[in-house]
Ligand binder design. Structure first.
Ligand SMILES: Nc1ncnc2c1ncn2[C@@H]1O[C@H](COP(=O)(O)OP(=O)(O)OP(=O)(O)O)[C@@H](O)[C@H]1O
Length: 565
């Protein structure tokens, strides 16, 4: 890929900025003197400039980002250095051109950036971040000689890890790499059998210049893991080592950094860095095409061995210096889309549905009816609310749509079955809470409904982002009672979204469900009581279908607890 003189200059400037010691003022901040002497004429311009200054990230290297929106999509065939086998694999995945974030990351990892710096990627939901990191990693490892664990991808939930593994599975085997999964889906013994090769005297170890002791021989090159199961392997699995790790991806970074589960991150970094003390390190095993390793070695803070290259990603990447410091980033480069901190997908349309709290379930049913069976995800504020709402809706007779619950309280096998049916279109509506759906990618989801108003803009972004993915159009409806309207407006403004018209649900439709409402509530009450008797688990308040109370606490708590999987 040709880099223009201007791009080169920009890149060098960013490197200079990143090398500067961290301090509150950065190069790109505007001094008062500059403002006074500039040509700003009106007070409004001055205020706008000051607001801009206030919203600048604290971290200097975040103030001069690579703007992903300046990249165009690019045909796969024209991507420089891309292995032909991977071109074919992408073709088989139905991908003919790469999205802007994928082109930008390719440029910084394969060329001309050569992964000199760790990458922090903030890009909207559905913009293709998974392939953005998977493709360069697979390309980098495509010339490895022997098998050892060289890339680790950490995700907050099992379902998300399964989804990401599928992407690696579509790419990695094309170049002879294997991908493992550590999420606790199968027994630990089965997982170990998948991840660790039994020591044998393979012929190759005698000829291989990159000798790895037999007891450290991994059966996989790339591992996709959740923090909980990863720590199990780190602590207990004989032969499991991160010593040869070269690439670490922390997907959904902001969420993973909130969770210090068994100090997974410091542990991973410590174990991956330990190769620097090893006098006989396993080298990358990659032919240093394009001078990649040479660059990394000479750039690695004086470290004699290849550094651990990191990519951290989210649609709502944290800008908190103390959180990002945990990642020990190496001259980080910030890639973000446009000027705004929070960005919604371009093809997303937001609507509000005004309704009375007591009649919320009826408004929801009427809204679902008006969507005529289009695939839809409904978000509530907690797992209890999800269970209660789904049970209630299914007590309405003669519904033309199939509605299922999707929640952390369910067994994995049930969740997988539900997701499969939803993907296949056998189920039209999923009722879910925040934790399970971050990052979820289901084709054909045309609508998202916030049954409970999201407490934060980040929550709105991740919920709404289940639709309008990969450049497709989608709609996000939020049910609100009149007291919530102002707060919701302020929330959307954080994503610079001022356009959220009212969507009118036909009142006759609401009325048509009213006659069944009291019977459905009665049946819900019975069902909840019998569940309580059966399991003593579900504690819900039946009289109050509006579940907005304690929303913030509930959704945060739930997000955090699901991470333990
Ligand atoms: N180059 C491409 N061409 C066509 N489709 C693509 C391309 N890249 C990714 N996709 C598709 O776009 C969808 C979204 O991709 P992905 O899940 O990686 O998004 P994301 O940015 O990680 O979103 P989120 O932040 O919600 O996790 C997926 O269905 C994926 O298959």
């Amino acid at each position: 890929m040709e880099e223009s003189a201007a791009e080169q200059k920009g890149r060098k400037k960013r490197i200079r900025l990143a090398k500067k010691p961290s301090k509150m003022g950065g190069e790109s901040s505007i001094s008062t003197r500059e403002l006074n002497s500039s040509s700003l004429e009106t007070m409004e311009e001055l205020a706008a400039e000051q607001n801009k200054k206030k919203s600048l990230p604290l971290i200097p290297w975040m103030r001069d980002p690579v703007d992903i929106s300046r990249y165009d999509s690019r045909p796969v065939g024209s991507l420089p250095f891309l292995d032909n086998r991977l071109k074919k694999a992408l073709h088989n995945m139905g991908i003919s051109s790469l999205f802007p974030v994928q082109v930008a990351v390719w440029q910084e990892t394969i060329g001309p950036g050569f992964f000199e710096r760790d990458l922090c990627i903030n890009s909207p939901t559905g913009s293709g971040k998974t392939i953005a990191y998977a493709l360069p990693i697979v390309q980098k490892l495509s010339t490895r000689f022997i098998k050892c664990l060289r890339a680790l991808v950490v995700l907050p939930t099992r379902d998300l890890a399964l989804q990401v593994k599928e992407v690696f599975d579509a790419l990695a085997p094309a170049v002879g790499l294997s991908v493992g999964l550590a999420v606790g889906q199968s027994s630990i013994a089965d997982e170990i059998a998948e991840l660790i090769r039994k020591p044998t005297l393979d012929a190759d170890i005698w000829f291989d210049s990159e000798y790895v002791p037999p007891e450290q021989r991994s059966a996989v090159d790339i591992l996709v893991a959740t923090p909980g199961r990863l720590m199990d392997h780190i602590n207990n699995t004989k032969g499991f080592t991160l010593e040869h790790l070269h690439y670490l991806v922390v997907d959904e970074t902001d969420r993973l950094l909130r969770e210090a589960y068994q100090s997974w991150l410091p542990n991973v970094l410590k174990l991956a860095y330990s190769q620097n003390q090893n006098p006989f390190p396993c080298t990358d095993g990659i032919v240093p095409t394009f001078g990649v390793l040479k660059t990394i070695r000479s750039f690695g803070r004086g470290k004699p061995h290849p550094r651990l290259a990191k990519m951290v990603l989210s649609a709502t990447l944290t800008q908190d210096p103390s959180k990002l410091a945990q990642l020990d980033l190496h001259y980080p480069l910030y890639l973000t889309t446009g000027q705004r901190r929070y960005q919604l997908p371009e093809q997303l349309k937001s609507f509000k549905v005004l309704c009375k709290s007591k009649l919320k379930p009826l408004y929801l049913l009427a809204l679902l009816e008006s969507l005529q069976g289009e695939k839809c995800i409904v978000f509530t504020s907690s797992v209890d609310s999800t269970h209660r709402l789904c049970t209630l809706l299914n007590f309405f007779d003669d519904l033309q749509i199939k509605i299922k619950e999707y929640s952390r309280l369910q067994r994995q096998s049930i969740r997988s079955k539900t997701l499969k049916a939803f993907r296949a279109g056998e189920i039209q509506v999923l009722i879910s809470s925040d934790a399970m759906t971050r990052g979820m990618d289901v084709e054909g989801v045309k609508n998202v409904i916030n049954y409970d108003m999201p407490p934060f803009i980040k929550t709105y972004i991740h919920r709404a982002g289940r639709t309008a993915r990969a450049g497709q159009s989608g709609r996000c409806f939020t049910l609100l009672h009149k007291d919530e309207v102002k707060r919701f407006k302020r929330l959307l403004q954080k994503a610079d979204n001022d356009s959220c018209p009212v969507y009118s649900v036909p009142s006759e439709s609401v009325e048509s469900f009213r006659s069944m409402y009291s019977t459905a509530l009665e049946r819900l009450k019975e069902s909840v009581e019998s569940e309580k008797r059966g399991k003593g688990k579900v504690k819900v308040n039946i009289k109050q279908p509006d579940v907005t109370r304690k929303v913030e606490k509930a959704s945060l708590k739930e997000e955090e607890s699901s991470i333990m999987e």
